[in-house]
Design a protein around this ligand. Structure first.
Ligand SMILES: CC(C)(COP(=O)(O)OP(=O)(O)OC[C@H]1O[C@@H](n2cnc3c(N)ncnc32)[C@H](O)[C@@H]1OP(=O)(O)O)[C@@H](O)C(=O)NCCC(=O)NCCS
Length: 155
């Protein structure tokens, strides 16, 4: 995997779940339970979950599903204490390179229409808008913006 000075990106293991759930709870209004992560990394053959470590501390993670030549990001987050330092950008760049290596052509995700920060990151990485899923988020009925990138043309 990569090891740039103090930052490391590697596959998530069961031992990482407490730290990952802390990032999750810090980042989302409807966080996933530990059981969902456990199921993803032990039982979902399509799932790939990566953690981002800074000085051996997990400060972020990204999950994705790869099916044939398409991949979908399920979640990406950096703990709020560490945002704004290019960790999210580095993690997403790594994910794009990883899926490319896996033969993926198209990478997509859903993002809240109000989440301008994440949308800005995705646009910066070459994602474009693919449509809107109405009332996608159960907590407040917010719409999701679908964004996607051709991984051979993204940054
Ligand atoms: C989205 C997220 C992962 C970005 O991580 P980060 O490490 O803070 O982002 P970076 O420092 O790598 O910034 C990369 C780009 O993101 C965008 N960005 C980051 N912070 C921003 C801010 N406060 N306002 C606007 N754009 C911002 C910019 O495009 C930035 O590029 P720039 O610095 O050249 O302007 C992080 O904000 C996060 O975890 N948010 C909560 C969880 C979430 O919303 N996940 C996405 C679900 S779809």
């Amino acid at each position: 995997m990569i090891d740039q000075a103090k930052a490391t990106i590697r596959f998530m293991t069961l031992e990482d779940l407490d730290a990952v759930v802390e990032v999750e709870r810090n980042s989302f209004s409807t966080p996933w339970d530990p059981g969902i992560f456990r199921n993803e990394i032990t039982s979902n053959q399509f799932a790939h979950y990566l953690v981002y470590e800074l000085n051996d501390e997990i400060i972020g993670y990204c999950g994705l599903w790869i099916v044939m030549d398409e991949a979908q990001i399920t979640n990406i987050a950096i703990h709020s204490k560490h945002r704004g330092y290019k960790h999210g950008e580095r993690l997403l760049s790594y994910v794009i390179a990883f899926v490319k290596q896996m033969g993926v052509l198209k990478l997509s995700l859903e993002v809240r229409v109000s989440n301008n920060v994440a949308q800005s990151l995705y646009r910066k990485m070459g994602f474009q808008e693919g449509g809107v899923r109405k009332n996608y988020y159960a907590d407040n009925g917010e719409d999701a913006l679908v964004m996607w990138v051709n991984v051979n043309e993204g940054i």
